[in-house]
Ligand binder design. Structure first.
Ligand code: OSB
Ligand code: MG
Length: 379
């Protein structure tokens, strides 16, 4: 039961369950690295002292965005992370991160468990994740990340649809040959729209010269044009552009964030707790950027209701100063795995959950229907 001193009591991990889910998207999602009609992820459930904590590991089927896949994450979670925490008294996120420090890389796998630990802590203490993280807003500004469409005309129609729903910020995915023409078309139709683009590493410093015309389109930012280990060349590109460059894939820790900002590789950072190995490191990047006067925003990985609740809590921190890629549930899934569905408010915000922990409950029938495999282990 929740009580004032619960955080002094042990939090022994009694059991861990994994569900490998495959969920149909309402519409295909295409980026420079591929097109998906279904999204895979792993649902992580921790049991401790009669409570359940939920976490989402956002690794997808293919290693397109990250080298991690649902398959590698399953392996790392089952064979390496589970043995380090089962039966152990895991105090908090910092304690969890110390225990898994010997596992190199695999941030998406680690972040899935860390999320479940935060959910457990919140439920034990009767506090929402937003409270635990130090969030200052009860609603957060959001936009839509629009995948590459059949044609520029199809893109225009899709964007019109989202604007009609009330979204006030649009991000479009670009790749070589599908960039300047569509972005210019959108800007012509919507002169005042808050608009940004995301290349998911599809360019080199040379091929990115084709993006020069974007610099006259008053974009909020250009996200991750170059390869993920090209922090140095992002600095050269940023020097050629007035538009802020924003890094996503390149920032895997608060150290990377500091390197990138110190050399001027970007002026904005996209924070995804998953890519950073968990919410703890995400807050560290947030705090660093705040100290350095650099705005951040919350990225998305087409999360289910579980990960979406986590993103909303994170985005309620004060230095999240640009709208997040945290759209309403119905932009992604007709059927979700949580009973809670997140809806867009008329002012292009989504309300942050305020029940203990993540503040979501599982629709077990949906979990079972979407499960490709499950694994259970007890202490
Ligand atoms: O680069 O931001 C990205 C989805 C999957 C992988 C990478 C990215 C994305 C998105 C979708 O842009 C954001 C969302 O969840 O709406
Ligand atoms: Mg991105």
């Amino acid at each position: 039961m929740a009580g004032l001193f619960d955080h002094f009591n042990p939090m022994k991990i009694d059991a861990l369950s994994l569900y490998h889910l495959r969920m149909p998207l309402v519409a295909p999602f295409e980026t420079s690295f591929g097109r998906i009609t279904h999204r895979e992820c792993l649902l992580v459930i921790l049991r401790s002292e009669g409570l359940e904590g939920y976490g989402e590991c956002v690794a997808d089927r293919d290693p397109g965005y990250s080298y991690e896949t649902s398959g590698t994450a399953w392996h790392i979670l089952r064979d390496f992370i589970a043995p380090l925490i089962l039966g152990q008294d895991v105090q908090d996120a910092a304690d969890f991160q110390r225990r898994v420090q010997g596992i190199r890389g695999h941030p998406l796998a680690k972040a899935g468990v860390e999320m479940a630990i935060w959910d457990l802590i919140g439920k034990r203490q009767g506090r929402s994740l937003r409270e635990l993280l130090g969030g200052v807003r009860s609603r957060v500004e959001v936009g839509v990340s629009v995948g590459i469409q059949e044609s520029p005309q199809a893109l225009l129609r899709t964007v019109e649809g989202y604007l009609a729903q009330g979204y006030q910020r649009i991000k479009i995915k670009i790749k070589p040959g599908r960039d300047v023409e569509e972005t210019t078309l959108l800007r012509r139709h919507f002169p005042d729209l808050r608009l940004q683009v995301d290349a998911n590493s599809a360019y080199t410093l040379e091929s990115a010269q084709a993006l020069r015309p974007l610099d006259d389109l008053n974009l909020l930012l250009i996200e991750q044009p170059l390869y993920e280990d090209d922090i140095w060349e992002h600095h050269k590109l940023q020097a050629q552009f007035r538009t802020p460059i924003c890094l996503d894939e390149s920032i895997l820790s608060a150290r990377h964030a500091r390197f990138a900002l110190e050399i001027g590789a970007c002026r904005v950072i996209n924070i995804k707790a998953a890519r950073l190995g968990g919410l703890q490191e995400a807050v560290a990047v947030h705090d660093l950027c705040q100290q350095m006067g650099v705005p951040v925003w919350c990225g998305g990985m087409l999360e289910t209701g579980v990960g979406r609740a986590s993103n909303l809590a994170l985005a309620s921190l004060p230095n999240f100063r640009l709208p997040g890629d945290i759209s309403a549930s119905d932009r992604y899934y007709r059927r979700d795995i949580t009973h809670e569905r997140f809806q867009l408010n008329p002012d292009s915000t989504i309300t942050v959950p305020d029940s203990p922990g993540l503040g979501v409950t599982l629709d077990w029938e949906a979990v079972r229907d979407f499960s490709l495999a499950e694994w259970h282990s007890e202490a």
